[in-house]
Write a protein that binds this ligand. Structure first.
Ligand code: GAR
Length: 210
């Protein structure tokens, strides 16, 4: 079975969706490791409960970014993954790390990229007066939140929304699309070529699969 390594920093609701998809037979893969850069997060408990080896590599123990990334890289390499999946992983990764896993490194970002790269995306969508917001799954390249988009899902923004309302609406979509993309990937249908996402030999448009 294809081997997936999941990187988290927190709650792990995306991880849970993947665990559920594996158990439900929609994702034909094995989650071989979960790694958090923060100790004590709920996502690690979710992994343990599902019987998945859970590791914590606390970035605070590594004052130099390169050293953290090198350690993380060798830990990931040791589980020989076919896919490395960032699921609420809140650390910027060095270009060297990203290149090492190029083509099998995926991320989910809570905005309609290229809008709102970086942090606080829900509040920024509200502050911007947007009537629509959403989430993107993309291949990771050294450009932060700039890799080719695979799929997006859109949600409405309502007038009285707080950032937390919007986050909840977006995360409902996350749980739906991330396992779907992973199944495409592990089935060999999805690749990155010349900085573009390719699904079933079709180059996907900038907004991804529609
Ligand atoms: C998700 O909304 C994800 O899109 C976001 O963090 C949340 C993690 O939730 N990721 C980023 O902001 C990446 N920069 P989870 O831990 O419950 O999966």
């Amino acid at each position: 079975k294809p081997r997936i390594c999941v990187l988290i920093s927190g709650n792990g609701s995306n991880l849970q969706a993947m665990i559920d998809a594996v158990e439900g037979g929609q994702l034909n893969a094995e989650i071989v490791a979960v790694i958090s850069n923060r100790p004590g997060v709920f996502g690690l408990e979710r992994a343990e409960k599902a019987g998945i080896p859970a590791h914590c590599l606390d970035h605070k123990d590594y004052p130099v970014r390169d050293e953290f990334d090198a350690k993380l890289q060798s830990l990931i390499d040791s589980v020989k993954p076919d896919a490395v999946v960032l699921a609420g992983f809140m650390r910027i990764l060095t270009a060297e790390f990203v290149e090492h896993f190029s083509g099998k490194l995926l991320n989910i970002h809570p905005s309609l990229l290229p809008k709102f790269k970086g942090l606080n995306t829900h509040q920024r969508a509200i502050d911007n007066g947007d009537s629509e917001h959403g989430v993107s799954v993309h291949f990771v390249t050294p450009e932060l939140d700039g890799g080719p988009v695979i799929i997006q899902s859109r949600v409405p923004v309502f007038e009285d929304d707080a950032a937390s309302d919007l986050a909840e609406r977006v995360q409902e979509q996350e749980r739906r699309i991330y396992p779907l993309v992973l199944q495409w990937f592990v089935a060999g249908r999805l690749t990155m070529k010349d900085n573009k996402a390719v699904l079933d030999d079709h180059i996907l448009p900038p907004q991804g699969y529609a």
